[in-house]
Design a protein around this ligand. Structure first.
Ligand code: GLU
Length: 401
């Protein structure tokens, strides 16, 4: 290597979700019949009225720099969203837009974490929380949440993880990778602990908030505990509920000082989010979301199908989660088993690579999300693909002894 990379970089790995999705794509391109249930990406098209707003922005020449945190009309659309959906009031200097929700999370950690600060991350977690914390020179403090607790952080575990150095608790409901969703009661119990520790801030990733099933109501922690507002940053975005993953539009709301600090980080990295996407985002956030009910009905049908089919496979158990578009089956019964070709399964990563290499189904191992032995299925795929993937997983499991 000619350019030596930083010590900081050596502490992190590439995003495993993207890596596996890329591997599945390459195998497909090489002619293999791979079914990829890797990336958390809705398979619906972006709604037409949102696309039209993007096209109009281009035609009208709205293609120049904008203010770093987004144009005032977008900030107002973000404020409108928080008021309408969550009953939360924010001023213009308490919100900002970013290039995907991911960048808002990154901005928040880079703007606030000092070397040695601790960030409590309930596991299983979304792959980027610990690595972003490490890049900011913080220490991820992983608190495991078992499937018996519905993969939710319980108040006692939170309390015992808090130290004088705790800077943030990262909450994610509904969760990636499990789909687990906190009820108002769950959130109140967590908030009661947080009230005791005023130095702990809350970074609440609510990007899946609209995707819940059977009427499960997902609320923000601030709706349950408004007293935490002066130390909470909410992150959200358009990728999941509006099927706009590639557009990269996220946003954050919080106290004006931290939003200003996050804006400073962004001003020295990417500047404003894409001007065209800002216009599309205003439409997305202010127009009715008539398309969403149909999407949710489809996701529910797929969740029920995959959940039933996973639990029918001897050896697999799967918690039925309330939201997002992920299931997280437990494959512990297959550890130490062997395939007819002599492949030994020592971990969930081995199980997942056996599924991919021998049965051409791509999923993500629990090791990527900090809780093994599990694997994540993204059920944002057609019923036909899901059925074929479930057939293959059943066959794969039956071949292990
Ligand atoms: N959040 C999605 C996932 O977990 C997209 C990929 C990523 O940003 O890691 O699959």
């Amino acid at each position: 290597m000619t350019i030596k990379t930083s010590d900081r970089l050596s502490k992190i790995k590439p995003s495993p979700t993207f890596e596996l999705a890329q591997k599945a794509k390459e195998m497909k391109a090489a002619g293999r019949d791979v079914i990829s249930l890797t990336l958390g990406e809705p398979d619906f098209d972006t709604p037409d009225h949102i696309k039209a707003a993007g096209k109009k922005a281009i035609d009208e020449g709205f293609t120049k720099y904008t203010p770093v945190p987004g144009i005032p009309e977008l900030k107002d659309a973000i404020r409108h969203k928080f008021k309408e959906d969550n009953g939360l009031d924010y001023a213009r200097d308490e919100v900002m837009a970013s290039t995907g929700g991911k960048q808002s999370l990154y901005n928040a950690l880079m703007a606030s974490v000092n070397e040695g600060d601790e960030v409590i991350i309930p596991a299983p977690y979304w792959v980027s929380y610990p690595d972003m914390t490490l890049l900011a020179q913080g220490i991820p403090v992983i608190v495991e949440c078992s499937d018996k607790d519905g993969f939710r952080l319980n108040a006692e575990a939170l309390k015992s993880a808090i130290t004088d150095k705790t800077k943030w608790l990262i909450l994610n409901s509904p969760s990636n990778p499990t789909g687990a969703t906190y009820s108002q009661d769950d959130l109140r119990k967590i908030a009661d602990v947080l009230v005791e520790f005023p130095h702990v801030n809350i970074l609440s990733d609510e990007i899946y908030e609209h995707l819940t099933y059977e009427g499960f109501v997902c609320v923000s922690i601030l709706q349950v505990a408004p007293e935490l507002k002066d130390r909470t940053v909410i992150v959200n975005g358009l990728a999941k509920a509006f099927s706009m993953t590639g557009w990269r539009m996220g946003f954050a709301a919080g106290p004006k000082e931290i939003i200003a600090a996050m804006t400073k980080v962004q001003s020295q990295s990417t500047s404003n989010p894409c001007s065209i996407v800002q216009k599309a985002a205003i439409t997305a956030l202010t127009e009715p979301r008539d398309f969403l009910d149909g999407w949710i009905a489809k996701f529910k049908e797929r969740r029920d199908l995959v959940w039933e089919r996973m639990n029918e496979i001897p050896g697999l158990t799967c918690y039925k989660s309330e939201g997002a578009f992920y299931l997280y089956p437990n494959c512990g019964a297959f550890i130490n088993k062997k395939s007819p070709d002599g492949i030994v399964i020592n971990s969930d990563a081995d199980f997942v690579s056996y599924l991919l290499e021998s049965f051409e189904v791509a999923v993500v191992p629990g090791s990527a999300f900090g809780l093994s032995p599990f694997f994540r299925i993204s059920y944002a795929a057609s019923v036909d693909e899901l059925n074929r993937a479930c057939d293959r997983i059943r066959e794969a499991c039956a071949s292990l002894s």
